[in-house]
Write a protein that binds this ligand. Structure first.
Ligand SMILES: C[S@@+](CC[C@H](N)C(=O)[O-])C[C@H]1O[C@@H](n2cnc3c(N)ncnc32)[C@H](O)[C@@H]1O
Length: 219
């Protein structure tokens, strides 16, 4: 499968952040949707309507996934902050039933001190590979490499899916429907996300490796 990832300067930001010409996003989308079996396009939240309008006009099949940044840049006089980014994607390898379900959202903080505005975190890279059900034997073209992190993550990726969501929710053992129902009831009582429920005495670091079912005695 031929995959392309495009992380261009976001619309209206080329000069400010990269001292370069604006990228023609219509041409870019034509190229992504026309030349590749799978494609992913990072964008800014404000540019989403114009990008989806163009994609709709092409009658291209695509989806929008969301990168939420728990830690994001707060700018003076920008309130609410822009703390998420869309990733538009299309094509890809069909998933089969035994595969883990990949979320269409990822919570992962922005990178710092990478020397380039907009450098993506490694977990983000593995998540976008997983969105299109890539395999390491596929061919990935990173059209706007920047720091080169996407290419490096691709080169070292063993094909393990990064299923997205929040980091704490990823490694829980599978639980029965009964446990899950109990968990979500307890979460509602305590006004917490279900993934935050953990047995007493289990630290935040440990909880990935431990059962999420709370000890009823402790409640
Ligand atoms: C958002 S950054 C990419 C960040 C990259 N994905 C990373 O994680 O490090 C966009 C990059 O594209 C570069 N760029 C701008 N115009 C370009 C063009 N026409 N072709 C290739 N790269 C371009 C910018 O200089 C910048 O390094």
């Amino acid at each position: 499968m031929r995959i392309a990832y495009a992380d261009p300067p976001y619309i209206g930001q080329a000069r400010k952040h990269y001292q370069c010409e604006e990228v023609d996003h219509h041409q870019l989308i034509d190229r992504l949707a026309g030349d590749y079996d799978a494609w992913l396009l990072s964008a800014s939240a404000p540019s989403l309507p114009s990008l989806t309008t163009y994609l709709d006009s092409l009658k291209v099949s695509y989806r929008v996934a969301v990168w939420v940044k728990p830690f994001a840049a707060f700018k003076v006089n920008v309130n609410p902050a822009y703390a998420w980014e869309p990733v538009l994607f299309g094509g890809g390898r069909p998933f089969v039933r035994y595969q883990p379900t990949v979320r269409d959202w990822l919570a992962e903080s922005m990178t710092l001190r990478k020397g380039l505005c907009g450098a993506k975190p490694p977990r983000f890279c593995r998540w976008i590979f997983s969105l299109v059900n890539a395999e390491p034997s596929d061919e990935l073209t990173d059209l706007f490499p920047g720091t080169g992190i996407v290419g490096r993550e691709w080169a070292s990726w063993d094909g393990s899916p990064e299923i997205g969501g929040a980091p704490v929710a990823l490694k829980h053992r599978s639980i029965s429907l009964r446990e899950a129902t109990h968990n979500s009831r307890v979460a509602r009582w305590l006004d917490l996300p279900a993934a935050e429920i953990r047995p007493p005495g289990v630290s935040l670091d440990e909880r990935d490796a431990r059962a999420v079912v709370p000890d009823k005695e402790a409640l």
